[in-house]
Design a protein around this ligand. Structure first.
Ligand code: NOJ
Length: 711
């Protein structure tokens, strides 16, 4: 008998349920209700895993209780939300998505895993793979943006980065793909609200990132808080047992979200904790995070015949198997001791700065206002986000310390030691006070240029942070209007966890940079872009709306029967606004200018097993070295089911010296042109397919060619 069989045979029902019970430590608060004393529960085998408990000494102390004082000595599983860094905080995921660079996505996850495991953590609740088409939803900040293909690339890169090659290694962190699934489609963008999407949208948009995570070997998956067409995900047997386990063959652990098992009662599908526990367990949820329903309800559920011992055993087996794969039975203390602190900190700081500056998106740029000329003598740095170092960490900061974050003020001062930089906040991020505006305006009088730092606080996005107003909070608009009225050159750094609808600002400012929440190195990253030390390359992973009334908004729409045509009344538009975004998916300016030409597909007559070579010429027509990002989209213009206007199939980058020309080539397998057919099987229909390449999803900037598919 193997270790797991022996343990299972020796366990009492209480000990089995204990393995399925995850409780929250008091070191961090990430949800409602915290348990007090966890020690007794660990000693008696009633707690199998903990969340929000980290630090080598702290972890080893509780681990010792489990291993040395509990009857069977089963080690604990320690989980934490290591979302975008642990001690070194990297840009928020939405900002990282702007890189379109899986190698760097993997590197930041690796660095986070190294640091978190130093702190004894064995499991992270990441990556978050929720495709989000609605910026009212605050959790858009935690994910990959609106595109399912991008989300799938991120799923693979992050899973690999967190887990490394061998889950048992001392620096490997088990990944949890979350939140399964379609959480980003909450009704009206309202947090925790119901979701109702078609089976097609589910299969085409929301499920693929989870397939990618499973293919990359994710150790765990977390069902989302929401219900999907009336079936809460925590009890969604068809998707958890059916699609995830049976169809995809996922053998890892399913961990409920925080208190979600108990919330089955609020959803109105369980009358009590017993029914809630039974529903979740039967659906395949192995670990109950913090709701205590498994402890309170599973024994009774067994008595009532709502679950079987075999079902409980199957879950316990999966949990023990994960502990075994993490090497916890062999050496429960391997995490939290193997990595000396400090050794690689500088390197991680460099990585945070590199990823930070690559995440910045130059949204607008009038003439040659940027980069700041090196001889600039005086800058007025205005706005409530200029010196807000804590905010730079974003809504998830794990063990990252606020005092280590570099504000924009600090970054700019370090970059321009000879320049005088005057700073005034003017107003607070939120709040109604305006009495600081006139001093801020006065400060601009002698400045050559104003850098205006506006946006949201970190807490205005993330969990439980939906907004109906996507404008600037508080009195920031009043401040901005006063500054813009001075007639000085104004560059705006916009810190936020979501696109903000500010058409007036984009119209009037000389340049606007989306600077999101860039983590510890935020200030240096922003300064690198402002001074031209780094030529911006960030691209939007979301369509940026003009008005909240346009959401949900995304580039891969289906064609309308009466497509939008400017000035045509009976076309798909609004009476009071055009339907196009402020900035399209993929948008992002550079200090260089690139021209695309000569798009070719080879061959043009193709068969299902073929690979299409798509190539085009890219020319840097500016005097500045820079990096171009090219997006390859496909379209199936006539199919048995209407297909999106564009579908992203690949992204490439090319670094070009001034005046340099290069050829960029993709190898696109014809099978990538298949789609989810009428019976939800992949189909590849003969006929013509269009290939479009451009620097964003803006249709007016796309080059096009076509191939003809025959069976
Ligand atoms: C609730 C959030 O939805 C989830 O993303 C997170 O991992 C858990 N809380 C644990 O903090």
């Amino acid at each position: 008998m193997g270790r797991i069989d022996t343990l299972l045979a020796a366990m009492t029902i209480e000990e089995k349920i204990g393995q399925l019970n995850m409780v929250a430590s008091t070191l961090a608060v990430t949800g409602p209700g915290q348990l007090g004393d966890i020690h007794e529960g660990i000693r008696t085998g009633r707690i199998g895993s903990l969340l929000n408990h980290w630090g080598a000494d702290e972890v080893h102390a509780v681990q010792r209780l489990a291993v040395e004082e509990s009857r069977l000595g089963v080690p604990l599983l320690l989980g934490l939300d290591v979302i975008h860094g642990h001690r070194t905080i990297f840009p928020v995921p939405l900002a990282e998505a702007c890189l379109f660079a899986p190698d760097l996505w993997e590197k930041t996850a690796r660095a986070a895993a190294e640091e978190a495991t130093q702190d004894g953590v064995a499991l992270t609740f990441a990556p978050m793979l929720d495709v989000a088409r609605d910026p009212r939803w605050g959790r858009i900040v935690e994910g990959p943006g609106e595109d399912s293909w991008v989300a799938s690339q991120m799923a693979a890169a992050k899973t690999l980065g967190f887990q490394g090659q061998d889950l048992a290694a001392a620096d490997s962190l088990a990944a949890t793909a979350k939140h399964f699934c379609a959480y980003g489609a909450v009704t009206a963008g309202r947090e925790y609200a119901s979701v109702d999407v078609s089976e097609r949208t589910l299969r085409e948009i929301y499920l693929p990132p989870f397939s990618a995570a499973v293919a990359a070997g994710t150790a765990a998956v977390m069902p989302a808080f929401i219900d999907l067409a009336g079936v809460p995900m925590t009890a969604n047997a068809p998707l958890l047992q059916g699609w995830l386990r049976r169809e995809l063959g996922f053998e890892g652990v399913l961990i409920s979200d925080y208190n979600a098992v108990a919330e089955l009662m609020n959803h109105g599908v369980a009358a009590d904790a017993v029914e809630a526990a039974a529903l979740a367990l039967k659906a395949g949820v192995d670990i109950d995070m913090t709701s205590d329903c498994y402890v309170r309800g599973l024994t009774e559920a067994l008595k009532r015949g709502l679950v079987t011992m075999a079902e409980i055993d199957a879950s316990v087996r999966r949990v023990l198997d994960l502990k075994q794969r993490l090497g916890l039975f062999d050496d429960p203390y391997r995490r939290g001791s193997a990595w000396p602190h400090g050794a690689r900190d500088a390197e991680r700081g460099e990585l945070a700065r590199e990823v930070g500056r690559r995440a910045i998106v130059l949204l607008t740029h009038r003439a040659t206002i940027l980069p700041l000329p090196p001889e600039t003598q005086r800058i007025a740095l205005i706005g409530p986000l200029a010196a807000a170092s804590r905010e730079m960490l974003g809504p998830w900061a794990s063990a990252g310390r606020a005092q280590d974050a570099v504000s924009i003020l600090e970054g700019l001062k370090a970059a321009l030691p000879q320049c005088r930089i005057d700073h005034a906040a003017g107003v607070e991020i939120t709040g109604e006070k305006t009495d600081g505006i006139s001093a801020a305006v006065d400060l601009c009088a002698e400045a050559a240029i104003v850098v205006l730092c506006l946006g949201e606080s970190a807490a205005m996005s993330g969990e439980a942070a939906s907004r109906v107003d996507l404008g600037l909070p508080g009195r920031q608009r009043a401040l901005a209007e006063a500054i813009l009225g001075l007639g000085k050159p104004v560059v705006v750094a916009l810190s936020s966890g979501r696109p903000l609808t500010l058409p007036w600002l984009f119209e009037r400012a000389d340049a606007v940079l989306a600077t999101w929440f860039l983590g510890h190195e935020a200030g240096h990253a922003v300064a690198d872009v402002l001074t031209g030390k780094f030529n911006p390359t960030g691209r939007l992973p979301v369509s940026w709306p003009r008005h909240v009334g346009q959401v949900p908004i995304f580039y891969n729409e289906l064609p309308a029967g009466r497509p939008y045509a400017p000035g045509v009344h009976y076309s798909s538009t609004y009476l009071d606004l055009q339907p196009t975004p402020q900035f399209p998916f993929g948008h992002g300016l550079s200090y260089s200018r690139f021209a695309l030409s000569d798009l070719r597909c080879k061959p043009t007559q193709v068969h299902p097993e073929d690979t299409i070579e798509v190539s085009l010429a890219v020319y840097n027509e500016s005097p500045v070295l820079g990096e171009a990002t090219l997006f390859l989209f496909a379209r199936d213009p006539v199919a048995s089911i209407a297909r999106p206007l564009l579908e992203l199939k690949g992204v490439q980058k090319a670094v070009l010296a001034p005046g340099e020309r290069t050829e960029v080539t993709w190898r696109l397998p014809v099978k990538d042109l298949s789609f989810v057919g009428p019976n939800f099987e992949p189909v590849l229909e003969p006929g013509r397919f269009e290939i479009h390449v451009g620097q964003s999803a803006d249709p007016s900037g796309l080059l096009s060619c076509a191939v003809e598919l025959t069976k």
